[in-house]
Ligand binder design. Structure first.
Ligand code: PMP
Ligand code: GLU
Length: 396
């Protein structure tokens, strides 16, 4: 008999990974799919970072690593936080993990008890919901929409707080909306949170370097809150290192120690070679990162301009990350070939089969009116994809 645990039965599959996989399978069958589903830079890891990894192999960095990461890497990350964010952390407050995904689950499992409430502004990154569920907690959303550039107010935040609230979890720049919180936004949230000392704030800053307008800001800059903030960051997006699996947190020491403990039982320290490469990435030449950001910005400008002209699409101008999240609800209720398009997942499947463009329905991001398009691909593919989308929707 095949009996899975209730925990795994309850868990949903990652929608981003599922759509990307579906796109790959169709491609392998010979279909000309344009993949706008997976959020990953199309660039290769910069050469100097690769060379650091090659050197690490030859120098014998092939053994188990300290659970929270090599001391040199933790120190380099602490220096980066000072350099880029003006944040003071010691190396002991940094825990390196196998991707920011692991950093996030370490934090959630370390701080959250069954029955606790975690505030997650929506739309949110798909895995936040799964992580809250794994911790047997309740997710409380603050819904936002394209009309307000997917931002929420301090009043809305305060309204979502109850005596059971233990955590606020968000990303800025945001996956899936590209929204970036300004210093003023963050200060207004911080002033609310100041009144609730039992709430921890998890600030996922993995798209830090993919911010086009203004400067990236972290809520950890407000000293009155810093002993409750966990900054999550990583190497996947800014350095095009998705496959290396390297992320980290900067946190109060007692939380860092808890994450070290949990990781010591699950995975041990992150890959030795990836860590040595990460050390070079975080302290080395940032030119390739800034070049990638410029390319993403041009692509953002292009895709927003093109999508604005797609009938029925409501789109804003996202200032960060590499996603657009248009509202496509104008198409719900239409039928194609006898099939009813009733929600965002149906619409994404329609685009996959009719336009050969793979996107992700907004439902798994907590917003069923929208779809997510990742523009981390060539300008040629962006043009082709939007052309095909235009063609497909004209049939509805
Ligand atoms: N947070 C957000 C908002 C993301 O989009 C991603 C995407 N991969 C992650 C965390 C995890 O990144 P990784 O595990 O590749 O470091
Ligand atoms: N974060 C990326 C995305 O949202 C990668 C896939 C994933 O880890 O879910 O598409």
């Amino acid at each position: 008999m095949e009996i899975l645990s209730e925990r795994i039965n309850r868990l949903s599959e990652s929608a981003t990974i599922k759509m990307a996989q579906l796109g790959r399978e169709l491609k392998a069958k010979g279909k000309d799919i344009i993949n706008l589903s997976l959020g990953e830079p199309d660039f290769d890891t910069p050469e100097h970072i690769k060379q650091a990894a090659v050197k690490a192999i030859h120098e014998g960095y092939t053994h188990y690593t300290p659970v929270p990461g090599y001391p040199e890497l933790r120190k380099a990350i602490a220096e980066k936080l000072k350099r880029d964010n003006d944040l003071d952390y010691t190396a002991e407050q940094i825990v390196v993990s196998t991707g920011a995904k692991q950093s996030l689950i370490n934090v959630v499992l370390s701080l959250i008890n069954p029955g606790d409430e975690v505030i997650v502004p929506s739309p949110y990154w798909v895995s936040y919901a799964a992580m809250v569920q794994l911790a047997e907690a309740t997710m409380v959303n603050i819904p936002t929409s394209v009309e307000t550039d997917f931002k929420f107010t301090a009043e809305e935040l305060e309204k979502a707080i109850t005596p059971r609230t233990r955590m606020l979890l968000y990303s800025s720049p945001c996956n899936p909306t590209g929204t970036v919180f300004s210093k003023d936004d963050l200060e207004s949230y911080a002033r609310v949170l100041e009144k609730y000392p039992d709430i921890y704030i998890v600030s996922d800053e993995i798209y830090e370097y993919i911010t086009y307008e203004g400067k990236h800001e972290s809520i950890a800059q407000f000293d009155f809150l810093k002993d409750r903030v966990i900054v999550v960051n990583g190497f996947s997006k800014g350095y095009a290192m998705t496959g290396w699996r390297l992320g980290y947190i900067a946190a109060p020491l007692w939380i860092a120690k808890a994450c070290d403990k949990i990781q010591g039982q699950f995975t041990s320290g992150a890959c030795s070679i990836a860590q040595k490469a990460g050390e070079t990435a975080v302290s080395g030449d940032m030119t390739p990162t800034f070049r990638m950001r410029e390319a993403f910005k041009n692509r953002r400008n292009l895709i927003v301009q093109l999508l604005k002209d797609v009938p029925g699409f409501k789109v804003n101008n996202p200032p960060g990350a590499f996603y657009v999240f248009p509202d496509v609800s104008a198409y719900f209720g239409k039928t194609f070939d006898g099939d009813l398009i009733k929600d965002s997942d149906d619409f994404a499947m329609f685009l996959l089969s009719e336009a050969n463009v793979s996107t992700v329905g907004g439902k798994s991001f907590g917003d069923d009116n929208c779809i997510r398009l990742s523009y981390a691909c060539s300008e040629e593919n962006i043009r082709k994809a939007v052309d095909r989308i235009n063609n497909a929707v004209s049939k509805l």
